[in-house]
Design a protein around this ligand. Structure first.
Ligand code: HEC
Length: 252
């Protein structure tokens, strides 16, 4: 490869890299912060499970997820599982059901709160993270809040006691053809919650980490399996090349 093609190749690679970052962060033009979750952090997953059971399971089910699977994966004893997570269940093999009957929910909120089993996979962990951080005061909304990620959402800001209330600023820009483009220009804290911004981010990150885990509970098993498969392949590669040497030794 001469110097020129090398340089061009490198430029193309770097451009592609930035473009892919741009696409990943784009998300329909809304501002998105990375969730930065760590699926191997068991303590974070445990906190996330507790957050979910305390603050979300009143409305949201996770009906493909069994308590005993969570207990095993999150390294909880049966007693810890029963005492800390199983508020609506009797037996550890039950799945996570919500306390709220679906038709009541539909009557109160206009929509049934969706099941959370696959939510993080369907919408992306970053989306859910920004959704939980995206509630802002809106007088036009019956719940008193709107959401930057899901305009007109019927989910109330159930974490307001922790986060407090924030206001969203928007910039309106008039285009030449008379249409108006609105861009988000940051949040401003109006009333403090029990947590400061950093603690709230951690709380949301743990919760999203748990949601990402339930949407793919065998992920960590799969990764462990992957290591074994690789070791197996390397072993047989070495064996095969030794064999090949042995077999062709006299032919040359
Ligand atoms: C008081 C009931 C209630 C509670 C508690 C609640 N939600 Fe919701 N949630 C809803 C409703 C209703 C919707 C449907 C909103 C819509 O479609 O506008 C929803 C929708 C969602 C969505 C989907 C957003 C989308 O883009 O479609 C996510 C994610 C979510 N909730 C996460 C959570 C998490 C995490 C918690 C716990 C911290 C939680 N919710 C607690 C009522 C609730």
């Amino acid at each position: 490869m001469d110097k020129f093609t090398k340089k061009t190749g490198l430029t193309v690679l770097i451009t592609l890299f930035w473009a892919s970052l741009g696409l990943a962060a784009g998300g329909g033009g809304a501002h998105m912060e990375p969730a930065d979750i760590d699926p191997d952090n068991i303590a974070s997953l445990q906190r996330g499970a507790r957050n979910f059971m305390n603050y979300c399971s009143g409305c949201h089910s996770a009906q493909y997820v069994r308590y005993n699977t969570i207990g095993k994966d999150l390294e909880l004893s049966e007693e810890q599982l029963i005492d800390n997570l199983m508020f609506n269940a009797e037996k550890t093999f039950e799945t996570i059901q919500t306390a709220m009957p679906a038709d009541d929910a539909a009557r109160w909120y206009g929509t049934t709160p969706p099941d959370m089993s696959l939510m993080a996979r369907a919408k992306g962990a970053d989306y859910v993270y920004n959704f939980l951080k995206g509630f802002y005061v809106s007088e036009e909304s019956p719940t008193g809040v709107d959401n930057l990620m899901l305009e007109g959402t019927s989910m109330p800001h159930v974490l307001w006691e922790l986060q407090g209330y924030q206001e969203a600023h928007f910039e309106h820009h008039e285009n030449e053809d008379g249409s108006v483009t609105t861009t988000f220009d940051g949040f401003e804290q109006m009333a403090a919650g029990a947590m400061d911004a950093e603690a709230y981010d951690e709380f949301v990150r743990d919760t999203v980490n748990f949601l990402a885990y339930i949407s793919e509970p065998i992920r960590s098993d799969r990764r462990k399996l992957g290591v074994w498969v690789l070791m197996y392949l390397i072993f047989f590669f070495i064996l095969a090349s030794m064999l090949k040497k042995q077999i062709w030794k006299d032919v040359k």
